[in-house]
Design a protein around this ligand. Structure first.
Ligand code: PLP
Length: 386
């Protein structure tokens, strides 16, 4: 094959295979229990599958409208108003997307220009930084630390300058399982008053929140909502991450720019799934029952490992549980995770991979969106490690 040294100049030279692929492959190779990747190992509701089949049989198999099926956008508007008291117009302020990932990429692409700065908080979900970079923006990193991963808003204030275009927040938070308090939102609201900063609020785990905690959405704070893109994911809410269905809500001025990009990234998303979700959302218990469902799993998992040498860092939302192994080993977390998979047959994600500077606080992330049987087997392994 002839060589063309100039053929490809990578736009993401630092990006390689993600840790999720690496750990899942390793888990498979070593026949390990896989609590690394964030998806359920149980089925989603048959009734929802039936609704998709019905939509297909009824001939809903062609392109959906660009912004999404109106029936579905109306249901999203109703849910948002009922839960958060916020009014979004289905016509102009709600767009159905191919998962939250596409919504995030689209929102960033719509507003971040060359040399704009975007503040992100690490550890962070991995899709924010590449999207900023692909658009010529610069990520400005604020680190959070175990065990409570609180944001120091006074520090954030010092980073704001005329180039700051966006702040990306995520609550409930992957990977730390922490949640924003009302005070966090009020601090953010105050911080960006009188600036041109746009907020991207990643709320994909909005329906998975535990104990006395409540999900505060950016949509509940009018001064924030007027400059926020808010994204959510049906994959997370209805146990079908493989469908890649999600949505974005934002005021019309932001949403019209969002749609300009959306129409050329994907144009529209899966039609039968949209019909099904529109129907399924009518029964609010389908999403309101989720917190109790996952809290039971979290409680089961933490109760069966409570006597282990791992330290449990409280999980307030999401389907992740952080465990510190600092009382067991001082190995690097990436090495410990690999050894856990190969020697003990249990896969988890080292939290350092969610920091761009690979900060290692000896903590692993375990996904408990699994059957009790899987969690029990994982616990047996955890309890034996000393
Ligand atoms: C914080 C966060 N945001 C966004 C996503 C992506 O969601 P989706 O699968 O709907 O694209 C995930 C998935 O793991 C996530 O954890």
């Amino acid at each position: 094959m002839p060589e063309y040294p100039g053929l490809i100049k990578s736009k993401l030279p630092k990006v390689g295979t993600t840790i999720f692929t690496v750990m899942s492959r390793l888990a498979q190779e070593h026949n390990a229990i896989n609590l690394s990747q964030g998806f359920p190992d149980f089925g989603s509701d048959e009734a929802l599958h039936d609704l998709v089949r019905t939509a297909m049989k009824n001939g809903h198999n062609q392109y959906a409208p660009m912004a999404g099926l109106m029936l579905l956008r109306e249901q999203i508007a109703t849910k948002t108003e009922e839960l958060y008291g916020a009014i979004y117009h289905p016509d102009t302020e709600i767009t159905v997307t191919a998962g939250a990932t596409q919504a995030i990429y689209t929102a960033i692409t719509a507003v971040v220009h060359e040399d704009d700065e975007v503040i992100i908080f690490t550890p962070a979900y991995d899709c924010y930084e590449p999207a900023i970079e692909l658009n010529g923006g610069k990520s400005v990193i604020v680190q959070m630390h175990a065990p409570d991963y609180k944001i120091d808003w006074t520090h954030v204030r010092k980073l704001i300058n005329p180039k700051t275009k966006m702040i990306i927040i995520n609550t409930p938070h992957n990977p730390t399982a922490t949640v924003f308090s009302k005070d966090d939102f009020l601090a953010l609201e105050k911080l960006i008053a009188n600036t041109d900063i746009i907020v991207l609020s990643d709320e994909v785990y909005e329906h998975i929140i535990f104990d006395e905690h409540k999900h505060y959405s950016a949509s509940m704070f009018p001064k924030l909502a007027e400059r926020s893109f808010i994204v959510s994911s049906f994959g997370k809410t209805f146990h079908n991450t493989g469908w890649k269905m999600g949505y974005c809500i934002a005021p019309e001025t932001l949403m019209s720019e969002f749609r300009k990009v959306h129409q050329y990234v994907v144009f529209s998303v899966n039609t039968p799934a949209q019909f099904a979700l529109a129907e399924y959302l009518k029964n609010e218990s389908n999403y309101l029952s989720l917190s109790a469902f996952y809290q039971q799993k979290r409680d089961f998992f933490t109760s069966v490992i409570r006597n282990s040498k791992f330290e449990i860092i409280p999980s307030k939302g999401t389907y992740f549980q952080l465990l510190s192994y600092k009382n067991i080993s001082d190995e690097k977390d990436t090495d410990f995770a690999v050894r856990l998979t190969i020697e003990h047959k249990l896969a988890a994600i080292p939290v350092s991979v969610f920091y761009n500077q690979h900060i290692d606080e000896k903590i692993l992330r375990f996904c408990f969106a699994k059957n009790e049987n899987t969690l029990e087997k994982a616990a047996e392994i955890i309890n034996k490690i000393v």
